[in-house]
Design a protein around this ligand. Sequence first.
Ligand code: UDP
Length: 359
Amino acid sequence: MKIITIIGARPQFVKAAMVSKAIKEHNETNQNKVSEIIIHTGQHFDANMSDIFFNQMNIPKPDYDLGINSLTHGAMTGQMLEKIEKVILDEKPDWVLVYGDTNSTIAGALAAKKLHVKVAHVEAGLRSFNNKMPEEINRILTDRISDILFCPTATAVTNLEKEGSTNIGYKVVRTGDIMLDAANVYREKSVKPEGVSEGTFVLSTIHRAENTDSKEKLTAIFSALSQIASKEKVILPLHPRTKSYLEKYNIELSPSIEIIAPVGYLEMIWLLANCSMVITDSGGVQKEAYFFKKPCITAREETEWTELVETDVNFLAGSNESLIVNTYNELKTKELDFDTKLYGDGETRGLILKELISY
Ligand code: UDP
């Protein structure tokens, strides 16, 4: 069996690393080998946003590096579609495997489907119900044309049912969340980032377009972080997009926020394991906060990880400065229940591979 894996952005590297691991383990003990061809679309290309994940997580070197980045959504998706189609025609895979909700995800699914190649979508069925998010459009369209939809949660399965999944003809499989596999595999191997000073800290990451693209929102979020940093250290690995918008808008950063360059996965796991709380607008980091039993304030109006909000471990604060600060204050004295097993048991990679082989 031959699989083409399509990845291009940081969250996809973390997820794909786990399926590559499952393929490697399968091939060590089975006669019917699975071959994996990796296409890196090039959406994230900096050493600390891309290479470091391949090195730390033993992801095989990409077979194709398309080098497509820094374009508008339409241009980026269009170029990806054209180049991925060519690879699929040359490689003739049994499956194209796509992850999450980026332009690489929809481009890969669409290119494959038009060539009658089966598509599997990892992290399917998520909905934020905010059609202004580019990610939401990518999710909906990718799900609709995929052959197998690997859902991380019960909510994801329900979302698809509401859209009429039983009439559509794709296969929906609840697998648990592949990011839990990654967190469990690397938990013991975490590395303290260089230069991080001692003491209790809040971990923050901010990079969603809906926040970075608005001067008002970005200013409010960073003011909230400054207020919090006057009470407890805040460590913030700065995404390149956020960095350029902070400069563009001339937003002054409080020196009490410990801004660091984006870190590798092993360092990120260390920060998650050792922080007191998380403040983020990332999708993946919201779940990781839960994996590491840390309260999370989400700087968004809504989340596709609704079960975290429903079980009172994640608190939506948007870009509302006082709400972020007040929620932080409240959470300092609150005991939360993280023993709800929302995301399976960390064995998602094996379930995904088994389904692809037996379909
Ligand atoms: N991450 C990382 N280093 C960082 C920031 C994030 O390794 O400096 C990890 C994070 O823990 C998660 C993955 O990158 O596993 C993807 O998260 P990101 O916030 O980039 O994307 P999203 O999940 O919002 O799509």
